[in-house]
Design a protein around this ligand. Structure first.
Ligand code: 6PG
Length: 228
């Protein structure tokens, strides 16, 4: 299936600029969603790139009581493991703002990939369209835990991953179909390590990031990567 989704590339001149632009975009999306729906459903990226954005959000002023936080994936590790995406976001941001804990939905990957995916699918069941999905990009073109050469069961909202090439091998990811059910997508891509993945993406190579093809199109915010 070829996806000719609208992909809007925006290159920034500094890490500060891309962090501030992303943070403002998230805060604006929250205001819009809260005005329209009475709440804001955001899906967070894992990895290291978004950490600075989460730290800026920790200092921001927002109607936190209306925010509902999900994760596009997490690694199958103990809850307090430093490599857990949910722990990174909590330390950088969520532990410092008044989002009710009942509205922060960690993926229970400590249960293992199969039980963790089943539990998260129950959490996502019946949820309306996400308002904003924030995604990273791996050096091999993966996003969330959708890796090259692997297909996931898109009939489910959350699925197990068993042999991820990026450790740990076992993860839980929201499926691409469910990630595509969103009003906005921002990819956050920084650093020369992502150059090959970006070059492939822009050449039309079907890297996993191109599986993210919502009707709204995707915005790719980049810094330190040439848009050749
Ligand atoms: C993960 C992430 C993964 C990440 C990319 C980029 O659990 O590893 O979900 O998709 O976003 O690998 O990672 P960095 O931001 O660390 O480069």
């Amino acid at each position: 299936m070829t996806s000719n989704v609208a992909t809007r590339w925006q290159s920034f001149n500094s890490q500060t600029e891309i962090n501030q632009a992303t943070t403002q975009r998230i805060l604006d999306a929250a205001k819009e969603a809260i005005a329209k729906h009475g709440n804001f459903l955001i899906v967070l990226a894992g990895g290291s790139t978004p950490k600075n954005v989460y730290e800026l959000l920790a200092k921001a002023d927002a109607d936190w009581s209306k925010w509902h936080v999900y994760y596009n994936d997490d690694r199958c590790l103990p809850v307090d493991h430093p490599e857990r995406n949910s722990l990174m976001a909590a330390k950088a941001w969520l532990d410092h703002v008044a989002i009710p804990k009942s509205q922060i939905f960690d993926i229970p990957t400590e249960l293992g990939p199969i039980e963790g995916a089943k539990a998260y699918a129950r959490t996502l069941a019946g949820l309306r369209t996400f308002d904003l999905v924030l995604l990273g990009l791996g050096e091999d073109g993966h996003t969330a835990s959708l890796f090259p050469g692997q297909t996931v069961d898109n009939s489910a909202d959350a699925v197990p991953v068993f042999n991820a090439p990026k450790p740990p091998a076992e993860r839980v990811t929201i499926s691409q179909n469910r990630l595509n059910d969103t009003h906005e997508v921002i990819f956050l891509v920084t650093g020369a390590g992502k150059q090959e993945a970006v070059d492939n993406w822009r050449k039309g190579v079907k890297i996993p990031a191109t599986l993210i093809a919502p009707a709204c199109g995707v915005d790719v915010y980049s810094f330190g990567v040439a848009l050749n």
